[in-house]
Design a protein around this ligand. Structure first.
Ligand SMILES: Nc1ncnc2c1ncn2[C@@H]1O[C@H](COP(=O)(O)OP(=O)(O)OP(=O)(O)O)[C@@H](O)[C@H]1O
Ligand SMILES: [Mg+2]
Length: 512
């Protein structure tokens, strides 16, 4: 082979990044290979987002420098990065809910006609073209706030493609996407590669990394561990580099399900604005100690089901019984007190208050438990928070640091802790393992098992087939707002689940 350094388009040299109280990166060298998919992997808090933010000019390193095409460059702002053809899709979505999709896609460089006017028509058409290329069924004129999170992720991807970047950084682009959407994204990535675009790709889905990546770099606790061509390594190599040992233990789930009913849903429907039903006559029950997994494609109604159960949607038909009593309609607080708790899908928007610290965020929904007369019992509260931080291995210098300084995955864990502190009878988890690393995934599954053993009923939604098959006692499949399949642990097969999730799928728009 010729000198491999020719193939390096971008190089991070000896990058150190210090945040108050945290050494996020410690003299890290990172080689980005031209026209390849360069995968970056590591546990929650390892420094992946920080490193890529430095490449994209969002953060400035404390020490170290960058070389582009062998020459030292300064990339200290979004504009520097754009000028050098470097674009980034952030882990936390950066969209404006009150603007439409096309406006968001072209926010950085609105298309102008003549001098001043934004040419809305061209902009909309271009945006639609990009969305269609992503096979995303999204109208460019729609308000972003009306889109589900998976769709918003597609808009983020379209936004990055619109900038004609030659080095595209994707920080967990698939975390909110279902298997079919991931396939489309991977086709787009192959396409971009053919056009000579270099990709930097971060994900916690290890099989996915092996499938899409050409080259892998592993970070551990802010240090560079190893880099290797993807063909030379496998999943257990990645895990041992990430965490030191091969923690990829097979998860075994022993059922704790009883036949004592805790939740019953009767003829639950939710009308869709503009006709049709988002949820269509759902009937099911859940037992104490049972883990019920719900699988479905984007738009199947999974998240809406949770929203109805929590009282976030009020215009529902049908009835919900918790522990034999009909659940009061209306306020979410009441639902929490009655014993329902939700870990929402969109944690940035619904789960966390960015200006509060870890402890305050975690106790937000359970504060009433710690109040006696008008005093907050601070010792039990502190103990509860400390224990949760330990149980979920949340990487944080102290529970008193502001939530926004945590890595993405660690923020997710705080939201999980928050729901658990309410001590619910039924726990609803919407994509609970989204964005968290393999080790922590095991912890979350372990916690789900423990909670079930204590008699909690758990309903969880995931778009990962392997996960749902591993953790659930029973699996319900949804499509177009209906239940289209139900499997026990014994009858569940990947093919069966996928087939049920596609029932009626081609007729979505015709029938709606
Ligand atoms: N703005 C900030 N202020 C203080 N500390 C920060 C800040 N941003 C990140 N950190 C810390 O730097 C470390 C690395 O964080 P980073 O977000 O890069 O992790 P990551 O590898 O992307 O993790 P994840 O998989 O959870 O997204 C973490 O300990 C995090 O708490
Ligand atoms: Mg991150």
């Amino acid at each position: 082979m010729t000198d491999p350094s020719d193939d390096i388009i971008l190089k991070a040299c000896g990058i150190t990044k210090v945040y108050p109280g945290t050494l996020a990166l410690n003299r890290v060298d990172f080689n980005v290979y031209r026209g390849k998919v360069n995968v970056l992997v590591g546990e929650n808090g390892a420094g992946k987002s920080t490193l890529t933010k430095i490449l994209a000019g969002v953060e400035v390193p404390t020490r170290g420098h960058l070389e582009l095409e062998g020459k030292q460059v300064r990339i200290e702002s979004f504009h520097d990065a754009t000028r050098h053809g470097i674009g980034m899709i952030h882990q936390e979505l950066n969209l404006f809910g009150n603007m439409n999709v096309a406006e968001n896609i072209f926010i950085a460089r609105e298309l102008t006609k003549g001098r001043v006017h934004i040419d809305h028509r061209t902009q909309t058409a271009k945006a639609q073209e990009l969305l269609d290329r992503l096979e995303a069924e999204i109208d460019a004129r729609e308000q972003v706030a009306d889109l589900r999170i998976g769709q918003q992720q597609m808009v983020e991807i379209a936004k990055a493609l619109a900038l004609n970047t030659r080095i595209l950084i994707m920080d967990e682009p698939t975390s909110a996407l279902s298997a079919a959407e991931v396939d489309v994204l991977f086709r787009v990535i192959q396409d971009l590669k053919r056009q000579g675009v270099t990709i930097i790709y971060i994900s916690h889905r290890l099989e996915e990394l092996i499938q899409i990546g050409d080259h892998i770099t592993v970070l551990r606790d802010g240090n560079l561990m190893q880099e290797a061509p993807m063909i030379e390594i496998d999943v257990s190599w990645i895990i041992s580099q990430m965490v030191g040992t091969d923690k990829n233990r097979e998860m075994t789930h022993t059922t704790s399900a009883t036949c004592e009913e805790i939740l019953r849903v009767k003829n639950l429907s939710l009308a869709r604005t503009g006709g049709g039903y988002t949820l269509d006559q759902l009937n099911f029950c859940l037992c104490k100690g049972e883990i019920l997994g719900i699988y479905g494609l984007m738009g199947a109604g999974r998240s809406e089901l949770f929203e109805c159960l929590m009282g976030l949607e009020t215009e529902i038909e049908g009835k919900v019984f918790l522990d034999g009593k009909e659940v009061t309609r209306g306020r979410v607080d009441d639902h929490i007190r009655e014993g329902l708790s939700l870990i929402p899908e969109d944690r940035q928007r619904e789960g966390l208050v960015q200006v509060l610290d870890v402890s305050d965020n975690m106790t937000l929904s359970s504060l009433w438990k710690f109040i006696k007369w008008i005093h907050i019992k601070s010792t039990p509260l502190k103990q509860a928070v400390d224990q949760m931080v330990r149980n979920l291995s949340i990487k944080v210098p102290s529970p008193r640091v502001i939530i926004s300084s945590l890595s993405g995955g660690n923020q997710q864990k705080v939201v999980i802790g928050k729901a658990l502190l309410t001590e619910p009878k039924v726990l609803l988890m919407d994509e609970p393992t989204r964005g968290i690393d393999v080790g922590a995934k095991g912890d979350v599954f372990g916690i789900m098992n423990d909670l079930a053993a204590k008699g909690l009923g758990i309903i969880f939604v995931t778009s990962e087939l392997k996960e749902i098959m591993m953790v659930s006692d029973r699996i319900m499949v949804m499509s177009n707002g209906k239940i289209t399949g139900e499997f026990t642990k014994e009858t569940a097969t990947e093919e069966g689940i996928v087939a049920a999730s596609a029932v009626g799928h081609n007729h979505t728009h015709a029938s709606a």
